[in-house]
Design a protein around this ligand. Sequence first.
Ligand SMILES: Nc1ncnc2c1ncn2[C@@H]1O[C@H](COP(=O)(O)OP(=O)(O)OP(=O)(O)O)[C@@H](O)[C@H]1O
Ligand SMILES: [Mg+2]
Length: 455
Amino acid sequence: MTRVLVVDDEQSMREFLSILLRRMGFEAETRGDLAGTRAAIAEGEFDLVITDLQMPGGSGIDVLRAVKEVTPDTEVIVITAFATPETAVEAMKQGAYDYITKPFKADHIKVTLRKALEKSALARENRELRRRLEAVEQGGEILGRSPKMEAVYQVLDRVAPTGVTVLVLGESGTGKELVARRLHALSGRTGPFVPVNCSAIPEGLVESELFGHVKGSFTGAIADKPGLFEQAQDGTLFLDEVGELPLHLQPKLLRAVQEGRIKRVGGNQERVVDVRIVSATNRDLKAEVGAGRFREDLYYRLNVVGLEIPPLRDRREDIPLLAHHFLEKYANAFGRPLLGFTREALELLERHAYPGNVRELENVVERAVALETGEYVTPGSLPQPLTHSQPAHSGNLPELPSEGLDLDKLLASVEQRYLDEALRSVAGNKTEAAKLLGITFRSIRYRLQKLGMEE
Ligand SMILES: Nc1ncnc2c1ncn2[C@@H]1O[C@H](COP(=O)(O)OP(=O)(O)OP(=O)(O)O)[C@@H](O)[C@H]1O
Ligand SMILES: [Mg+2]
């Protein structure tokens, strides 16, 4: 319930205002002097304070100061009997929300009241979110308190210290790498966390990257080199996008995971490694097994425990917290002291579908912080897809002409356009462009070759 405190030495005014407030559906309390006011604000927070300026034993300015000192987000409206601009200006300087001159109309004060309450409610919400955020940040870096994420944390906390092999599943940008890092952080293992993106290494080099090589084993192998398995000794090896691992290397990985034994490329000596394996994929690995692109035995070996990270659209409760986290991050980075989001902006953020999940939300907020000129992020600094949500199939696609069309050609031109646009927006970086398009590095390379877009 919204609580409003009325401070006035005149009883008739106190009564008039408290009746008005109660009719508006608010809880009203009244005090007749500064001492009573101090006691009241010390007892509990008010959403709004309305105070007379001229009172015996302390002016409305003192009331204002006292309120702002204890609860800075509580807005204060001052009422002044004489149209003395100096005192009104002084009150505004000291942080009053607005001033009203007696005699006033009930309608006028209602509008001012509503606006002031909206502002203080927004400030309080944003403050509350910031506080929760700080609390969460101290406990770890994965944010989100939705039941779906709580379920993830439960499994995570349980399996992290066991050293068991974990397969992290989830759409792009859901936080799989964060989860993998957390698994390592909670594992108590003394070695390092070594991430490797299986799709970013050229196929011919994957084996030597993972297992190392001996000097002279292939052109360019100018010295003995330990692989990532050896580097992750006593730690965790994170095989990201494991679904992209070439089929012919899968038996070798299986042996390494199963027996903890590896051989460098070109070497004979078998080495024993103690490495915890966490892998991740945004593919349906089970389907890959069915299609013969992923070995079933390796799948079961990696998926001793499967941890599925739900897409952001299935846990929208997490959006405000994440949005505020990113707001703070980029406000600091860009030196822009933003206070939060307007209600409309936050609603738009909460409604969006986020095919790119948390990563997309982060990019949206980063952009908004860069563009916003006011104190709060407004809908105006959010990108089009959020402000003009469209049904999935609209857009400028041509109707199907009666004489038919060449679907392959049409799709190829669409593909080419987006590949082009994505590459341009990341200065030609294929790994980044692939991420933007929600496809793998291998896939973007394949598509570029197919369309003759690659040098
Ligand atoms: N729950 C979360 N709390 C805070 N930040 C998050 C959360 N989830 C994701 N992020 C952030 O979003 C970005 C993407 O997360 P991450 O790289 O872990 O996703 P991913 O699932 O590995 O995506 P991809 O499949 O595209 O590699 C990172 O900047 C990460 O810090
Ligand atoms: Mg990742």
